[in-house]
Design a protein around this ligand. Structure first.
Ligand SMILES: Nc1ncnc2c1ncn2[C@@H]1O[C@H](COP(=O)(O)OP(=O)(O)OP(=O)(O)O)[C@@H](O)[C@H]1O
Length: 252
């Protein structure tokens, strides 16, 4: 039976021929891919590859030049209560400097349809309970990442869309994030995360969308990509280099 336009076998995200130009610059070039339920999908590529622009189009924040991006079978903006289905944390989230982490979450809890008591549960979950009453201006980058994640979780979404969630996290934080995301998808939910940190993501993702200069180089499982990479070092960086040509100056 179809639910909200999305049968179990349907992709959680479907992107078709998605393109975005900024003036003369083609930031995203004819992307087509699907993201599947119960998987952690890594949207990977070097700085400037077009990851953030794509995620912004997915979330209805940037208009595509052509093509479309659907979440649960329809554009993000046409969901009645998007935060109940899709939790998003994009880079550069603005926080009101003097506001505490707890008050930040409380402000967003109403629009997300979340009871206020859940705010304290979420602060505990992301490891910010002790810092909850301190102003966000005093938070480290990693603490802000945790707060962004908690904000994305307010609506108890089925899908998390995270832009560079590992940035600013220390090794312990990255390990924590990895475990958290694994538990999240084991509940039948899904994650799309962007990152330029290929080594970190190799330990985290199930599926890979490899992006370079706005174009998709690979879409499929991490295992298949590593198999294809061949060579002595079967890792994501080598696979990326093999797909782009090792001497093309791509910076990771
Ligand atoms: N608002 C904008 N105006 C003009 N150019 C833009 C704009 N947003 C992005 N771009 C350009 O589009 C390209 C892709 O940028 P984007 O931020 O999507 O890449 P990214 O893969 O997310 O990079 P990073 O890992 O550095 O965040 C870059 O060349 C960038 O300069």
């Amino acid at each position: 039976m179809k639910q909200d336009g999305n049968a179990p076998e349907d992709p959680v995200i479907s992107v078709r021929e998605l393109t975005r130009d900024f003036g003369g610059v083609r930031a995203v070039d004819s992307l087509s891919f699907d993201v599947h339920k119960g998987r952690i999908t890594g949207f990977l590529g070097p700085n400037g590859a077009g990851k953030t622009t794509t995620l912004r189009m997915l979330l209805g924040l940037t208009r595509p030049t052509t093509g479309h991006a659907h979440v649960f079978g329809r554009p993000y903006g046409s969901h009645r209560r998007p935060a109940r289905r899709i939790g998003a944390a994009l880079e550069g989230t603005a926080f009101v400097a003097g506001r505490s982490g707890r008050d930040h979450l409380r402000c967003y809890s109403g629009p997300a349809g979340c009871p206020r008591r859940r705010v304290d549960e979420l602060l505990e979950l992301v490891g910010l309970a002790e810092a909850a009453r301190r102003p966000v201006s005093g938070y480290s980058t990693g603490m802000k990442q945790r707060l962004s994640l908690a904000t994305a979780l307010l609506g108890e979404p089925d899908l998390l869309v995270l832009d560079e969630p590992a940035n600013g996290l220390d090794p312990e934080g990255i390990l924590w994030l990895r475990h958290f995301l694994r538990e999240f998808v084991e509940q039948g939910r899904s994650v799309l995360l962007s990152s330029h940190l290929l080594r970190e993501m190799e330990q985290t993702v199930d599926d890979v969308l490899l992006l370079h200069r706005g174009r998709l180089l690979y879409t499929g499982s991490l295992d298949q990509l590593l198999q294809r990479a061949g060579g002595e070092r079967r890792d994501l960086e080598s696979a990326f280099m093999a797909l782009t040509g090792a001497d093309n100056g791509a910076r990771l």
